[in-house]
Write a protein that binds this ligand. Structure first.
Ligand SMILES: Nc1ncnc2c1ncn2[C@@H]1O[C@H](COP(=O)(O)OP(=O)(O)OP(=O)(O)O)[C@@H](O)[C@H]1O
Ligand SMILES: [Mg+2]
Length: 345
């Protein structure tokens, strides 16, 4: 499935600009971005629920830009599951087959098969109000699956669930997609969901694709400052200063960098998990806060005018206000152009 130079505007508001994305057959691709970045709009244009202002939508080789939604052979799962409250689980799941006019016995057979796959087979006679959030989500999923679409579109399908259930359903979804192998475009603003579910992640900012890559490469090799700052929790640390001869020099620090370029406005990025508190480290600062997370601590330091977070050992217990060193391997750091945000290599 392909977005080909897609543009979408609502009146004067341009939501998507020259958006190009190709999802491979069988791929689970996650469209990730902040609220308002245009994720749902991209999905809705693909589904035909919104018209494209420019460009084309292809499913395989077929141009569906002007094809009615119901003839596009896709199934969509929404954040609000949009179940029919007065229909049972079985009737909800059977609905798309009923619309197609499939005889009842065949409907029943197919509903049963899908219900087994998402573990709803004991709940077929219940009504949506008699189900938990996770079970409702599975009904919505089953109703999409029963159509055997060539493409699944999912818009934040887990965001109504509590954290624990979300983690559980995430694993279920991944397992299911691996089994079914249906091409899936999945929208979320949750980076953990994106990293864990996706074969590839497409990171969107204000309607513009910033990077399209595997989760590992998005994390290990960010294309620009935006991607570097978006992926990772707690976020990557950034130090601003002048770049020259393999060093970055800023207010109260001078650190080695992995590049030799010279720039008046440079940014060095280093992840909290790649820093450690160490005597004689390249950076010196005062401890500002220590937070025990469980298996590790987060130590926040003041370094000149910068704040820097270090992932520390779980038994880290040095006092606030104490002056300590921070060390990191320059090879684990990233450098960006402070003016444009572009990666400097
Ligand atoms: N029908 C519409 N008319 C005008 N503007 C719209 C319309 N639909 C969406 N927008 C605008 O387009 C932008 C992108 O919206 P969209 O719903 O695609 O964002 P999103 O990435 O899905 O965000 P969220 O994570 O909050 O769901 C927003 O600024 C929104 O206000
Ligand atoms: Mg949305």
């Amino acid at each position: 499935m392909t977005f080909d130079h897609l543009g979408k505007r609502f009146g004067a508001v341009e939501v998507l600009r020259d958006f190009n994305l190709q999802v491979q057959p069988g791929e689970f691709l996650v469209l990730l971005g902040e609220s308002g970045s245009g994720k749902s709009t991209a999905l809705r244009v693909f589904a035909g629920l919104e018209t494209a202002s420019a460009g084309r939508i292809l499913i395989g080789e077929r141009d569906v830009t002007n094809v009615l939604p119901k003839n596009r052979d896709i199934a969509m799962v929404f954040q609000s599951y949009a179940l029919y409250p007065h229909k049972t689980v079985a009737e909800n799941v059977a609905y798309p087959l009923d619309v197609r006019g499939l005889p009842k016995p065949q409907q029943h057979e197919q509903v049963l098969a899908v219900a087994k796959q998402v573990q709803l087979d004991g709940l077929l006679d219940r009504y949506p109000r008699q189900l938990s959030g996770g079970q409702r989500q599975r009904v919505a999923l089953a109703r999409a699956m029963v159509r055997r679409p060539s493409v699944f579109l999912m818009d934040e399908p887990l965001s109504n669930l509590d954290a624990k259930l979300r983690g559980h359903m995430r694993a279920e979804l991944k397992h299911l997609q691996q089994q079914l192998g249906i091409t899936t475009l999945y929208v979320t603003h949750d980076q953990v969901e994106a990293m864990t579910l996706a074969h590839r992640v497409a990171l969107l900012d204000k309607g513009v694709l910033q990077q399209l890559d595997t989760p590992a490469r998005i994390y290990n090799d960010p294309a620009n400052l935006f991607v570097a700052g978006f992926i990772g929790a707690p976020p990557m640390n950034f130090l601003r200063g002048a770049l020259s001869g393999g060093w970055l020099e800023g207010a109260g620090f001078r650190v080695p960098t992995p590049v030799t370029a010279s720039l008046a406005e440079g940014v060095l990025g280093i992840r909290p998990e790649d820093c450690r508190i160490a005597d004689g480290g390249a950076l010196q600062g005062e401890i500002y806060a220590v937070e025990l997370i469980g298996d590790h601590t987060l130590v926040t330091l003041h370094i000149g005018t910068h704040k820097l977070t270090v992932k520390g050992a779980k038994d880290f217990d040095q006092a606030v206000g104490r002056r300590v060193g921070v060390a990191f391997d320059p090879g684990a750091a990233f450098v960006f152009d402070g003016a444009t945000g572009a990666r400097v290599r």
